[in-house]
Design a protein around this ligand. Structure first.
Ligand code: CAO
Length: 564
């Protein structure tokens, strides 16, 4: 087994590029051509592959180091090389097809074929320059648009292979007349990129070196002379000297800061890289960052911007997906002192659900009053009798039983929409809204048709306690067929509750009050309970809703009807 020092190969005119990612560590087994590190200039990034298979024994570079051709990247104990363990060979990767070709460094040499009489204006075709062994590189960004004035060396597009990305700058100044490529196109050396209109002759504007390009046909005659000129190849070193004020670790402008392989990985997963937070050097996005982002989105802990636009969050998103005008952005601090507090998890989740239900369900609310004078008297006396048992019978428990009777009589209220079909449920699980310090929760009491008021009261007390303590299990919050939201203990007259999809109706209950009710002969004091029934108009008609409320009222005024 021989120890082999793997060096940075010929990377053209890239001089002193920065190590921005270490892709292997001591002890790793590497294959030939496996990427070892990523290096980056201000215009290109590329991965340096190993020419030797073996086990990494020593890393000779660290993040942030500057390297150039011949720098030793690491020492590998080669698997297939004979020799003593102490012998050290220096082996640069044989060929580095991933590296961009050398930039032209020669002084500008006017291309004779460009010669034209000095016309008032001429056009220049800008072609893909010699980019070394890169084949079918993908255009991942177009940085200019037609009509734009282009400066010499201004980047026109960014291209990317699976191992390197680079910006292709223009070698000429002029106005971009036409762009011949778009994002996603694959380009090769010599492909036409753009047509520029230049003032004066093409020669008069040519200031940078013309890269070695295939010979091209001569331009048509003036005034619209067409000259075939290549864009300057990536020429990191050359470009860097023109842009010394730019930090060397910048990603290509406008692109997330990530290596080509990470970008490819993100593309394959459909991850919007611009939304991924980089944990690497200077915020660089690593493969682990992309994985973590994917996991967060899959688990529902995070949303992509596209998802957020489709399913606006509790705050309302920006409404763009609904074709609405943008949500008003106000600097509240302008008007007085403010304090910003992030909403809790439960509020965010319930907010998003409520918003969807409010937007998607054509909901109507019917208000009615139920005479609960006798029922309340019965409840109070029952509680007095049961004082010692510790179980308090609540009005809500009676309401649940009354609702089950009404749901049985009007089964569409206990159904759910499934496409064009209605699913009728032959079980009666009732959810009740519980106000908790963390936000609104809806525990579910199962099989209310089989349980008495006492048992329902008891279960409700236990579930409400669990809800307030944040201890409800998912099973205790799912499966409801109908929901009751009672504000009776707090106050109010009527309100319009939002249906808890996929249920099709919800009953809102407010505080009962003594009211004068006309009995046909006189006004008598009766305890009246305000009911607000919200229903899904796709499933239920107004008449059915009125009947449901009326039936509920009859039961509550004479609870013996539950038995009928
Ligand atoms: N009219 C008048 N008084 C009522 C009443 C009504 N409809 N319902 C209950 N009360 C009274 C009770 O008599 C009791 O009074 P006492 O303490 O004097 O006995 C008090 O209010 C508390 O009632 P309760 O113990 O029976 O509790 P509850 O059934 O009213 O409420 C629960 C339980 C979990 C529903 C409640 O704690 C809660 O969280 N309510 C809020 C629900 C909510 O937020 N809904 C809105 C959702 S939409 O945003």
């Amino acid at each position: 087994m021989a120890l082999v020092e793997v060096q940075v190969p010929d990377i053209g005119d890239f001089d002193e590029v920065t190590v921005i990612e270490l892709m292997v560590k001591v002890g790793d087994t590497v294959k030939a051509e496996q990427s070892l590190i990523t290096v980056e200039s201000d215009k290109a990034s590329m991965e340096i592959p190993s020419s030797t298979a073996g086990v990494v024994k020593e890393m000779r570079v660290a993040l942030g180091d500057k390297v150039k051709q011949g720098s030793i990247v690491l020492v590998v104990e080669a698997q297939s090389v004979e020799g003593s363990a102490s012998s050290v060979e220096r082996v640069p990767p044989a060929a580095m097809p991933q590296a961009p070709a050398a930039a032209p460094t020669a002084a500008p040499t006017p291309n004779a074929q460009l010669s034209t009489p000095n016309p008032a204006s001429s056009t220049i075709e800008v072609h893909v320059p010699d980019i070394g062994d890169f084949k079918d590189v993908v255009v991942i960004e177009v940085m200019v648009k037609p009509g734009e004035a282009i400066k010499v060396e201004q980047s026109l597009i960014t291209v990317e292979s699976d191992k390197a990305s680079m910006e292709i700058p223009s070698s000429h100044a002029g106005v971009l007349q036409e762009l011949k490529v778009k994002v996603g196109d694959k380009v090769n050396i010599g492909d036409l990129l753009a047509v520029l209109t230049v003032q004066g002759s093409a020669l008069s504007v040519e200031r940078t070196a013309a890269p070695s390009l295939p010979a091209s046909p001569a331009a048509p005659a003036a005034p619209a002379a067409v000259a075939l000129v290549a864009a300057s190849p990536v020429a990191a070193a050359a470009v860097a000297t023109l842009n010394t004020e730019r930090p060397t670790l910048n990603a290509p402008q406008g692109l997330p800061h990530a290596s080509p392989s990470v970008r490819k990985f993100a593309r394959e997963l459909g991850v919007p890289l611009a939304e991924v937070k980089g944990s690497g050097l200077k915020g660089r996005i690593t493969e682990a960052d992309v994985q973590a982002f994917t996991q967060a989105v899959m688990s529902g802990a995070a949303q992509t911007k596209a998802q957020a636009a489709k399913a606006p969050a509790a705050s309302g998103g920006d409404g763009a997906a609904l074709g609405l005008i943008p949500w008003p952005k106000v600097d509240f601090a302008k008007f007085g002192p403010i304090e910003r507090k992030e909403m809790g998890r439960i509020k965010k989740i319930s907010g998003a659900n409520l918003l969807r239900n409010a937007i998607m369900i054509p909901a109507v609310t019917n208000h009615d009053d139920a005479d609960i004078t006798d029922l309340e008297a019965f409840r109070v006396s029952t509680n007095k009798e049961n004082e010692k048992s510790g179980v308090k019978v609540t009005m809500l428990a009676f309401l649940i039983k009354a609702c089950v009777a009404a749901l049985k009589k009007y089964p569409e209220f206990n159904s759910s929409l499934d496409g064009d079909a209605l699913v009728y449920k032959n079980y009666w699980h009732i959810g009740f809204a519980a106000d908790t310090p963390n936000g609104l929760m809806v525990p579910v009491i199962r099989d209310c048709d089989k349980k008495g008021v006492l048992q329902i009261s008891q279960e409700m007390g236990e579930l409400a306690k669990k809800a307030r303590e944040g201890k409800l299990s998912p099973a205790e919050m799912t499966g409801a067929t109908f929901t009751i939201s009672s504000l009776g203990g707090i106050g109010g007259k009527y309100f319009t509750p939002i249906i808890n999809a996929p249920e099709v109706a919800i009953l809102g209950v407010c505080k009962s009050t003594m009211e004068p009710v006309w009995d046909g002969k006189q006004f008598v004091p009766r305890l009246m309970l305000p009911l607000s029934l919200t229903w899904d108009h796709r499933v239920i008609d107004g008449a059915a809703a009125a009947r449901f409320n009326a039936f509920l009222g009859q039961i509550l005024s004479d609870f013996r009807r539950v038995l009928l």
